[in-house]
Design a protein around this ligand. Sequence first.
Ligand code: SF4
Ligand code: SF4
Length: 90
Amino acid sequence: MESGAGRLVVWRDRCRGCRSCQLACSFRKTGEYNPSGSAIVLERDLATEKTAPMIRALSCDLCGGRPACVEACTYGALTFELLPRIEVRY
Ligand code: SF4
Ligand code: SF4
């Protein structure tokens, strides 16, 4: 997802399912560690048993440009890329 400031990138293959991102998001949004207050849902692929985060776009404000979920993920499965304000194309 994108805003004028940046873009949150989900690297699904890097996720280990620890849920740190989910808890960090809920704490930032509600002041409590509660997955139901998070903009992140952890999806599990039943065939591979692999887990990956899904961001609820309407609930995510990119933390104003300093995403708590990115800081919480020690596996590099969530990253934040600043986008240039001006881009010239030909
Ligand atoms: S995205 Fe990172 S913090 Fe979130 S569950 Fe996966 S490994 Fe854990
Ligand atoms: S950027 Fe902020 S609001 Fe969006 S999912 Fe991450 S922690 Fe939640």
